[in-house]
Design a protein around this ligand. Sequence first.
Ligand SMILES: N[C@@H](CCC(=O)N[C@@H](CS)C(=O)NCC(=O)O)C(=O)O
Length: 198
Amino acid sequence: MKLRYSAASPFARKVVIAGHVLGLAERIDLVGNEEDPGDAIRSRNPLNKIPMLLTDDGQAIFDSRVILEFLDHLAGGGRIIPTSPDARFKTLTLQALADGISEAAVLIVYEGRYRDKEHYSPRWISHQQVKIDKALDFLETQSPGAAVDVGTIALACALGFLDLRAGGAWRASHPKLVAWLDGFSGKVPSFKQTVAES
Ligand SMILES: N[C@@H](CCC(=O)N[C@@H](CS)C(=O)NCC(=O)O)C(=O)O
């Protein structure tokens, strides 16, 4: 399999970590982020986003949530997406929340990267920042739990992205989440191995 990815992307990092957790990492070739929309791998996703997984039989799979489901299936199922309804919908919802943090943080980065200077919108930035802050405050009061699954993998990647692109400002006001991330990092070696350089 080939994964079109970038080390900085929190969504791609989810996939790389899941590959390690599931013992599938050696079957996944990491192919760097080619921004050319005509790039043979990237263009298999009409949305032109990463991560994008090309399976051994040539099927293009995206986005990160679907790729994680595919990898879980390849590994026998029920490994990072629980099968019992309570645990399953709890972790899928945590994944949605964590991905929402990453999406808002990516939009803030893109506002600076892609918006023409004269249209740069502090109001838009703060609209996204409120989502991040509220989600973090919520998670500070509701422990994300000790399981290693799609929810906690996504959360670790979202917090890692805030460290990478927002200077880790979330840490001072969220001590329980900091402790949770330290615990996750101790249990899942691929989290440390996939830290991107800023
Ligand atoms: N919902 C998608 C989000 C993927 C995403 O936003 N990827 C970013 C990189 S972090 C991207 O490819 N952006 C390029 C673009 O928006 O054109 C997922 O879970 O995979």
